[in-house]
Design a protein around this ligand. Structure first.
Ligand SMILES: Cc1cc2nc3c(=O)[nH]c(=O)nc-3n(C[C@H](O)[C@H](O)[C@H](O)COP(=O)(O)OP(=O)(O)OC[C@H]3O[C@@H](n4cnc5c(N)ncnc54)[C@H](O)[C@@H]3O)c2cc1C
Ligand code: SF4
Length: 462
């Protein structure tokens, strides 16, 4: 049940081992390449400059928090009005209901857990100890990485294990400088290229990445891992898979006599007809929340609170991602260039609470970062140029922005509201509007204040 990252893998593994496998997916079918409608569209071919209309925005209040819902991508996200949920505490439930699930939306970063993670509960004396350790999972990480293709750099850190990597993507000039300076000042901190399921060389019949940073449109080369490009075609090739899209699994059928789960209740999303399917093995891959919902729906005499919910814990202890962001500007390296739009950021693996334990907080975090040339509108805003001088200005490589990707949200906010010319000039004069378009909203002013603070003393590395 489900065709996202785990469902695609389940289909492949079961089919390759000779099981006749029925794959049920609640959303519509998405055929690899054929059904990526915007994959080869240039920005100017998209309506409204790729922005959503006001009416469309109103349909995606939750999904828009991902900052990835645009004209070019809106078909990948659920309509929040048609798919509401009660959000008592903030939780952004990002979803795509279609064949491929979130394997068509994800950022493709692939980091292995280590015993630092598996032993954390036992070390902190809370909750239940994991029943496995890294050595139990390591061969399975190998198995997955060898099939999907993960590019990355081995770093030899025990708490951030290396994998079976394809050649790493390249760091650009500003990132290499950042890495060197960081190492000189903080020898315990490693800055490395992200480990990502984008191919740097052809792999198992799929082409290599062309550095377009357009993965969320769908990849015409199959150069990043998705169920659609990789696992579902492998399952299809066995002749053992029957895929039925538009099949909403509602609950599991439990047979009190045999004490076994024997089948599923399904509603057809188009005709609304109900069907029961029976099988020897049931594999629930509808994602964390939907799978939990299906189990809670599956009530029987034996399981009055939902299948497998004797403890009453089903549906509890959910946690979202936590993000924070920072950005800065470097005027160095203004005469150096780099090519392409690499679809991955850098990563600084955990460096706190690894060998020592701080008193003020437990556990670890990692830093994602990157250095990018400031966008073309730096010239229009900063220097107020138009026409030939604008084109000339753009020939210069210009300054570089160093940012943690959380700040992408603020960049887009700024793009949306134009600032009246007088105010824009004022911002440019005090030297804080690095990209020229900064300070178009209140949020952007916050960024400017942060930048000023960073300039004043605590400069970002590099
Ligand atoms: C923007 C974004 C970026 C991300 N980046 C990363 C990253 O860089 N690295 C990383 O490791 N993870 C990342 N993730 C998380 C990753 O995508 C998920 O962990 C992963 O897709 C989960 O796989 P899954 O198979 O459990 O669920 P999904 O991929 O969500 O697939 C679930 C499937 O089940 C279907 N389904 C749901 N309910 C039913 C039902 N009742 N009946 C039948 N079918 C149903 C859905 O339509 C969907 O196709 C990201 C997620 C998002 C949204
Ligand atoms: S950036 Fe690479 S993987 Fe992503 S869509 Fe473009 S070619 Fe494909």
């Amino acid at each position: 049940m489900g065709t996202g990252i785990t469902g695609g893998w389940a289909a492949k593994e079961l089919c390759e081992r000779g099981l006749k496998t029925l794959v049920l997916e609640r959303g519509r079918d998405v055929r690899h390449i054929e059904d990526y409608p915007t994959a080869l569209k240039a920005p100017w071919e998209l309506p409204y400059g790729d922005e959503l209309t006001r009416e469309e925005k109103a349909r995606f209040p939750v999904q828009s928090r991902s900052n990835r819902v645009q004209q070019s991508t809106k078909h990948w996200w659920v309509d929040d009005i048609d798919n509401p949920y009660i959000e008592e505490k903030p939780f952004s439930w990002f979803r795509g209901y279609h064949v491929g699930g979130r394997s068509l939306l994800w950022a493709r970063l692939c980091y292995r857990w280590s015993d630092l993670n598996f032993e954390a509960n036992a070390r902190d004396g809370i909750a239940v100890d994991w029943p496995i350790r890294y050595r139990d999972l390591a061969p399975w990480y190998d198995h997955v990485e060898e099939f999907i293709g993960v590019s990355g750099q081995a770093e030899g850190l025990a708490h951030w294990p290396d994998g079976k990597f394809l050649p790493p993507m390249e760091m650009n000039c500003v990132e290499r400088t950042m890495k060197e300076r960081l190492k000189a000042k903080y020898p315990d901190r490693v800055l490395t290229i992200g480990r990502v399921a984008n191919l740097t060389v052809p792999h198992r019949g799929r082409g290599k990445c062309m550095n377009r940073d357009a993965c969320i449109l769908g990849c015409p080369y199959g150069a990043y891992f998705s169920s659609n490009s990789s696992t579902l075609p492998a399952a299809t090739a066995t002749g053992n898979m029957t895929l039925v899209p538009n099949s909403i699994v509602v609950s599991i059928i439990y047979d009190d006599k045999s004490g076994r789960a024997t089948g599923v209740n399904v509603i057809d999303a188009v005709t609304k007809q109900t069907t029961e399917y029976f099988a020897r093995v049931l594999f629930l891959n509808a994602s964390t929340l939907a799978t939990t919902g299906i189990l809670l729906n599956s009530k029987s005499r034996r399981f009055p609170n939902g299948l497998g919910n004797d403890s009453g814990e089903l549906g509890h202890n959910l946690m979202d991602h936590h993000f924070t962001s920072a950005r800065g500007r470097s005027d160095e390296l203004a005469d150096q260039y780099y090519r392409g739009r690499r679809p991955v950021t850098l990563c600084m693996p955990p460096f706190r609470n690894v060998t020592e334990q701080r008193k003020d907080y437990t556990r670890v975090f990692h830093v994602t970062a990157g250095g990018y040339r400031a966008a073309w509108w730096r010239t229009t805003g900063e220097l107020g140029l138009v026409g030939a001088p604008l084109k000339k200005g753009l020939e210069r490589a210009g300054s570089v922005e160093l940012r943690h990707p959380g700040s992408v949200l603020l960049r887009r906010l700024r793009r949306r509201r134009r600032l009246e010319p007088g105010r824009r000039r004022r911002v440019a004069q005090d030297g804080t509007a690095g990209s020229g378009s900064a300070a178009r909203t209140g949020a952007a002013h916050t960024v400017l204040r942060q930048q000023r603070r960073l300039r004043g003393g605590r400069r970002l590395p590099g």
